[in-house]
Design a protein around this ligand. Structure first.
Ligand code: SF4
Length: 504
């Protein structure tokens, strides 16, 4: 069967894995891709003017209409749901090809997605098994109700075939099909892979936590260290990667596993990497093993300096004491780290940010403080918590289901004036804080002089962040800069291909 996969956004391991599974099942796969340059899904630089200039939607629609395919699958992660929805609606006006939606947003809000009549099926959760089975059922006119994890219509009613358990043996899946992104992303610059799926936690605001809640027990899985290392060795031979991004939501959870994996990584791969960590799991032995294995950055979710908010609103298990202990270990082992904070948490207060600034000001190996705006993903427990506190309403729920949530970098979901003001007062201050030094940062935060940083021009803030990155040996910024130049070239190649094929 000839399949077309459509996706907008940054490199996605889910898409790569789905493509590999479809090819392994003997199907032809065509990949239709929009990197979403300069849009909300761009983590390097966002600009509405440039986003319009580099938009590919019309060309991709023309290609979808022109090229014969048996089924079009839209992988609609939250940031790209409205883009996928608009493109699919326009496609249905010009073609009767079956349209299937999968990805995070359809998993969180399947019924809302099925309300779009042009969506024939929604797949929820992991798709490597359900999508090839659905394709088979459609090709052979078998009942879709027998394929678990699928929403479909019967007698004009939306029905669900039943929950599919998370894939048990991840080692049995084919390796991610990196070729789908090869022309658009410098795959070897920052090789993205993951050692498993899911997260053991259920944080209220997080997509991983919401996926865990939706897909149920068995969602958090780790692959065998030997199997990952064998795959990485093959990929290293193919892509000659110079840095690695370990994309697990929490890389180190089990100490025996991480020490075994890192030992093998040092021996067989030995390439600098960065990863995500959880403050509670870090101890001295793990920090040392990370450092010795080439870890040049760990990103920790801290989110708020209030233990009460972290526990009762974020549903996170760690405390400020855990955070201080973990930061001290990193400082002792000279392990660079980033810290995530959220603005917009229900119940947060101005004083929480002062405390956060005072505490983080003393962190010596802190690379970046990443401030995120709270986003209400559909089904995320924080939306219910905010409703119970009278800080969100039915309109927020409907907007979340419609994908009109805003994004973590720019807008967020919280419309309240005081939250928008807090973003202006704190975002740029935290961004430049690592360069200000401990005493000055504390002085400015205590006297609320942080609010003047909101007037700093964004290019200056970016330049200061670059200085921090150079000082800390953070390789990401050089990767980002190379990628900016590469994507102009990739876009020119895309336009040239479009001209040759009359998609323009
Ligand atoms: S620990 Fe991190 S990835 Fe896991 S649910 Fe919480 S915020 Fe999400």
């Amino acid at each position: 069967v000839k399949l077309t996969l459509v996706y907008q956004g940054r490199e996605s391991l889910d898409v790569e894995s789905l493509s590999a599974a479809c090819k392994a099942a003997g199907h032809g796969v065509r990949f239709i891709y929009d990197p979403g340059s300069f849009t909300a899904s761009d983590n390097v630089f966002q600009s509405q003017i440039l986003a319009r200039k580099y938009a590919r939607t019309d060309i991709l629609l023309q290609r979808l209409v022109q090229e014969k395919t048996d089924l079009v699958y839209f992988h609609a992660d939250s940031h790209a749901y409205t883009w996928c929805k608009d493109l699919a609606a326009r496609l249905r006006e010009r073609s009767a090809v079956p349209i299937v939606f999968g990805g995070r947003h359809p998993t969180f809000a399947p019924k809302a997605v099925m309300e779009n009549r042009f969506v024939d099926n929604v797949l929820i959760g992991e798709t490597e098994e359900s999508f090839p089975e659905l394709v088979e059922a459609l090709a052979q006119s078998k009942p879709i109700a027998n394929v678990l994890g699928v929403y479909f219509r019967e007698d004009d009613q939306v029905r669900f075939s039943g929950q599919r358990a998370p894939i048990k043996n991840l080692d049995a899946l084919p390796p991610p099909d990196k070729s789908v992104f090869e022309n658009e992303i410098l795959v070897g610059d920052d090789f993205v892979f993951s050692t498993g799926r899911g997260c053991p936690h259920l944080c209220s605001y997080c997509q991983e936590g919401t996926l865990h809640k939706t897909l149920g027990p068995g969602y958090f899985r780790r692959r065998k260290a030997a199997s990952i290392l064998a795959e990485l060795e093959t990929m290293k031979g193919r892509y000659r990667f110079s840095t690695v991004m370990i994309n697990d939501p929490v890389f180190f959870t089990s100490k025996p596993w991480i020490l075994e994996f890192l030992k093998g990584y040092r021996e067989k791969i030995n390439v600098p990497f960065r990863c995500y960590g959880q403050l509670k799991y870090l101890d001295d032995e793990i920090a040392l093993a990370l450092k010795q294995s080439g870890c040049y950055g760990v990103e920790f979710g801290y989110q708020t300096s209030s233990d009460k908010l972290r526990k009762e609103v974020c549903l996170r298990p760690e405390t400020n004491e855990d955070a201080q202990r973990a930061f001290a270990i990193c400082d002792r082992r000279r392990l660079r780290y980033d810290v995530d904070l959220i603005i917009g948490l229900p119940g947060e207060a101005e004083a929480d940010f002062v405390v956060a600034a005072e505490m983080l000001a003393g962190a010596r190996y802190l690379n970046r403080i990443k401030v995120h705006n709270l986003v209400y993903y559909p089904g995320a427990p924080i939306l219910r918590i905010a409703q119970e506190m009278g800080l969100a309403d039915e309109q927020d729920v409907r907007q979340a289901e419609a994908g009109a949530t805003g994004d973590v970098c720019r807008t967020g979901s919280v419309r309240r004036v005081e939250v928008q003001q807090r973003v202006r007062d704190w975002d740029k201050f935290f961004k430049v804080m690592p360069i200000l030094g401990a005493r000055l940062s504390r002085y400015l935060a205590r006297r609320r002089l942080n609010r003047f940083f909101g007037y700093l021009p964004s290019p200056l803030v970016m330049a200061l962040q670059l200085l921090v990155a150079i000082r800390g040996g953070d390789r990401r910024f050089s990767i980002y800069i190379r990628y900016i130049f590469f994507r102009f070239k990739a876009h020119r190649n895309f336009l040239s291909e479009a001209r040759q094929n009359n998609w323009l």
